[in-house]
Write a protein that binds this ligand. Structure first.
Ligand code: FMN
Length: 237
């Protein structure tokens, strides 16, 4: 079945590379929905993504009156994976603080799927203790980071903050989707289930499992996932 990927694009000079990412993912036959921040639209036109993804591009949370279900909810629910590339210091900070004031941040928060973040920014922004703290907060709840790498930055300086190589981003996406096939559905609901050696659930246990999963929510789900799956080049702790 076709996998649905949401690609968040933010206001970085590396935003043009998101077009290459969409093009490559599309050639791998994924379904891509691009969500752009307002700042991202200063760097690259939504039409580029619309053409490459062959899907509507989300540019504003309040724009689509044609659907009853709010966009950030309906898009979030059909996604298999969330990718933000490039991710600004600003959007990383917003997500770490639980701010959901635009289409991108509100859709991330409304989703219940793995989130991959590929930051891109000047070295000082990346090394800033606030940015590092925000990254740690997101990693603690299971968001995975791809890069950034060291290289030539927009300022002309060389340093850490350059968007990870596009091929690495694509590979990480493909690996993540392959891994997620056997993720949460196969996990025990809690450690005591494992310790007690419970192999199969009866109807009562299944109802209980469902309720526990509902209560523990996406953040804890991602914690379980991040503990199980680690990629060589992906920072997940
Ligand atoms: C030319 C230019 C390049 C920028 N590049 C970056 C960048 O690579 N990374 C970053 O974090 N911010 C960058 N910024 C600043 C962001 O665009 C700014 O923080 C903006 O508010 C981010 O909005 P967003 O996170 O909603 O997309 C840049 C700004 C300008 C004017």
């Amino acid at each position: 079945m076709t996998k649905n990927i949401i690609l968040g694009v933010t206001g970085s000079i590396a935003a043009f590379k998101a077009a290459i990412i969409v093009s490559k993912l599309k050639s791998l036959e994924f379904d891509i929905t691009v969500i752009m921040t307002k700042s991202a639209q200063s760097f690259i036109h939504p039409l580029t993504f619309r053409t490459l993804s062959q899907n509507k591009v989300v540019t504003d949370i309040f724009i689509d009156e044609s659907v009853y279900n709010p966009q950030h909810v309906s898009i979030a629910h059909k996604a298999d994976l969330f990718v933000i590339a490039p991710a600004t210091a600003n959007v990383i900070g917003k997500l770490a603080s639980g701010i959901a004031d635009d289409a991108l941040t509100s859709t991330v928060m409304a989703s219940n799927v793995p989130v991959l973040i590929a930051p891109a920014m000047e070295e000082n922004m990346y090394m800033n203790p606030i940015t590092q703290r925000n990254i740690n907060i997101l990693q603690e709840v299971g968001y995975k980071f791809i890069g950034p790498e060291k290289g030539r930055l927009a300022s002309g300086k060389t340093g850490v903050g350059r968007l990870a190589d596009v091929e690495l981003i694509i590979k990480t996406i493909v690996d993540e989707l392959a891994n997620s096939a056997d993720s949460i559905a196969n996990l025990p609901v809690n450690h005591t289930d494992e310790v007690n050696g419970r192999k199969e659930s009866n109807a009562e246990n299944k109802a209980e499992d469902k309720e526990k999963k509902r209560l523990r929510g996406p953040a804890v789900t991602r914690l379980y996932e991040s503990g199980r799956k680690r990629h060589g080049s992906v920072r997940s702790s």
